[in-house]
Write a protein that binds this ligand. Structure first.
Ligand SMILES: *Cc1c(COP(=O)(O)O)cnc(C)c1O
Length: 394
């Protein structure tokens, strides 16, 4: 990458980190300009970020928020989900999704995934988990591969459910030319540092539904009818509180980073796609599997994660240890939510056998847009050594 600032580094000493960010003059200057403007709370940068993001997605409304978890909670709260309601979601997701449901007093009900070739939710399992108390389906586009949101929408229509897309992995991903986060009633993004659009902390809620947008906008800032920014500009001096809301606002500095990163998103995703293709060629030649090998041709992933699937939990653990010894960072997406202590008492309505089988055997490998092919070669070599298979075809 050209023009990178000298970076001070994070002191962790990984030879290949799991994720990484690009720091260049353009980004540093944009942040400095906002800093010097003297207005740091939500304001014109946030508004510009929202309109640029909704234009990019083709959605009517967008609200920038403090983080991805806040976006999920805002979507659920705006859909008026609360005590007595059930929300179905795949157990193979980040715990934030279940926490967001729980904090509104609703009950998370877990469904299964297809299996090791497709780590997205199985719509049949989702439907089997539905009861008269079910109000919403909270779906994930795992690793940035769109889930079968068309089948989910059909199920939702039949049972009167709200569909909310956890699109934290899928900014820029699309299905049949339509962007992820625009299929359901609402979509949610995260801009945590390891995501495709890294800001540090940040999130976004999108919807085409004006009612949902109005409620979410109020709930984002305490339920207050005017914003500090409006009052600062002299557009308002009083306010009422019409809903019991949250403080989920994003600030100007983060919105500025978000705008620079949004302009780079398509390039980032394309570069990740090439690297995942390289991983896939090397690993599959050595007999190691990666999911999502044969996806629909009208599907455009955002390639958030590079995931390898092992034959056994033991094989994964030894590979992970060998990679760590070579200072190559890995992770697991995800330990299933229903297995965590805090969620172990939730009712288990449908079998979660594919989730349980896969969760002990998946390993997430380093991936970021400016990673080099040589770094992918290195990770693959160590991995192939670890499973004791010669690297065929190279
Ligand atoms: C990152 C992530 C979240 C949470 O986002 P934060 O910005 O960290 O709050 C939720 N769901 C998924 C799938 C994620 O990857």
């Amino acid at each position: 990458m050209g023009q990178q600032n000298p970076r001070t580094g994070d002191g962790t000493g990984w030879r290949v980190p799991l994720a990484d960010v690009v720091v260049d003059e353009k980004l540093a200057e944009a942040v400095a300009a906002t800093l010097r403007s003297g207005w740091w709370s939500s304001g014109p940068q946030v508004e510009a970020f929202e309109s640029e993001f909704s234009a990019y997605l083709g959605s009517r409304f967008a609200l920038a928020v403090a983080n991805g978890t806040a976006a999920l909670q805002l979507a659920l709260a705006a859909a008026e989900i609360g005590p007595g309601d059930e929300v179905v979601l795949p157990s193979l997701n980040f715990v934030a999704a279940a926490n967001a449901v729980s904090h509104l007093g609703a009950t998370p009900v877990f469904c299964d995934i297809h299996g090791e070739a497709d780590l997205n939710l199985d719509p049949a399992s989702l439907e089997a988990a539905v009861t008269p108390a079910t109000r919403a389906a909270l779906v994930l586009h795992y690793a940035g591969y769109p889930c079968d949101v068309e089948a989910v929408s059909e199920i939702a229509e039949r049972h009167g459910l709200v569909v909310i897309e956890d699109s934290a992995h899928a900014p820029g991903a699309s299905l049949a030319g339509r962007k992820c986060a625009t299929f359901g009633a609402a979509g949610c993004f995260s801009f945590f540092s390891n995501k495709n659009l890294p800001v540090g902390e940040g999130g976004l809620f999108v919807t085409d539904d004006e009612e949902l947008y109005r409620r979410a906008r109020l709930l984002r800032s305490h339920g207050m009818t005017t914003l500090t920014w409006d009052r600062h500009r002299g557009h308002a001096s009083e306010y009422d509180v019409t809903l019991r809301g949250f403080n989920f606002r994003l600030d100007e500095l983060r919105a500025t980073i978000g705008r620079v990163q949004l302009a780079r998103l398509d390039e980032e995703n394309a570069s990740r796609g090439r690297l995942v293709g390289h991983y896939r060629r090397l690993l599959e030649a050595a007999g190691l599997a990666m999911p999502f090998g044969g996806v629909r041709t009208d599907l455009c992933p955002s390639f958030h994660l590079a995931v390898a699937v092992f034959d056994s939990a033991e094989q994964r653990e030894s590979a992970r240890a060998l990679l760590a010894a070579e200072r190559i960072q890995t992770s697991v997406h995800y330990p299933p939510i229903h297995r965590f202590t805090a969620y172990s008492s939730e009712p288990k309505r449908v079998p979660l056998s594919e989730t349980e089988s896969v969760a002990t055997r998946v390993l997430t490998l380093p991936l970021y847009g400016h990673m080099s092919e040589e770094q992918v070669d290195l990770v693959a070599e160590v991995l192939v050594d670890a499973v004791g298979t010669p690297l065929r075809g190279s």
